[in-house]
Design a protein around this ligand. Structure first.
Ligand code: GLP
Length: 260
């Protein structure tokens, strides 16, 4: 019989473990609503990926439960910046993060592109677009709450390993591991996943007021464990989040390796 695994030594006040992905999504949505209603709010930092699909569904449900006047006021004040998008997909490609955010939030909530911002992966000059996006983020005062998923190789946004905490918003080359991880949205073929992307840098992520790392499913258990055990290092970009004073990790039992 294998030896029981040692519990992860991670400060309990920075970690919330929920029963399953649905419960995680609801907890995250609750905190997003709080961030959207905070008096001193800054733009939200948003993420895409399979982890976020139930989160945005839960957010839509919670918004629909609000008093209509409160809901309208909240949506009128909406301002967000997404972490990343692929370079070179057609604007209407269903696997672009632009399209995913439109499906998840933009269309159902009636948010304008000026409110729900993403880097434009179709720009003729992606390097200039990355600089423009970084400037827009800075001009908006930086990020308030940044929502983050976790790549199976330890990336956040598309900050691929190795990556230090000073990396700024830029164009990146995606690793073979990430192209395999995200191949599902491209008919299962990693070769069809774009080779490059624009990502918000770890520097801007770490400058957010607070961070929420959301991790669900048994396939993330081993990488989450490595991240939480630290120490922060370039081989695991997500591990730099541990240095942030307001990091909250929200995971389900499967991602914590707790099985069943
Ligand atoms: C993707 C995105 C990240 C996302 C992460 C996890 O490649 N660039 O922003 O959070 O990897 O994705 P998933 O939730 O699909 O596992």
């Amino acid at each position: 019989m294998p030896a029981p695994r040692r519990p992860i030594s991670f400060p309990q006040d920075r970690l919330l473990v929920e029963q399953d992905a649905g419960a995680v999504a609801d907890r995250v949505a609750e905190r997003l609503i709080q961030a959207l209603t905070a008096a001193d709010r800054r733009p939200l930092g948003l993420a895409t990926g399979r982890t976020m699909e139930p989160v945005y569904a839960a957010l839509r449900r919670r918004l629909d439960d609000l008093d209509p006047v409160v809901r309208r006021r909240l949506l009128e004040g909406w301002s967000s910046f997404n972490l990343d998008d692929y370079i070179g997909l057609a604007p209407d490609h269903p696997a672009s993060f632009q399209a995913a955010m439109g499906r998840n939030l933009g269309e159902p909530l009636g948010l304008s592109p000026a409110q729900l911002r993403l880097p434009d992966g179709t720009a003729a000059d992606p390097e200039a677009e990355a600089r423009r996006y970084a400037d827009a983020l800075a001009a908006a005062g930086g990020l308030g709450l940044q929502l983050l998923g976790l790549g199976e190789n330890g990336h956040v946004g598309f900050n691929e390993p190795p990556c230090g905490p000073g990396a700024i918003t830029r164009c990146v080359r995606l690793s073979a591991a990430t192209r395999r991880q995200n191949a599902g949205a491209f008919g299962g073929d990693p070769e069809r996943v774009p080779e490059r992307a624009i990502t918000v840098g770890l520097a801007e992520i770490l400058a957010a007021r607070s961070l929420m790392l959301v991790v669900t499913g048994a396939s993330k258990a081993s990488i989450l464990r490595r991240v939480l055990e630290g120490p922060p290092r370039e081989a695991l970009p997500a591990s730099w989040l541990l240095d942030h004073p307001h990091l909250l990790v929200i995971a389900d039992r499967a991602a914590m390796g707790q099985g069943g």
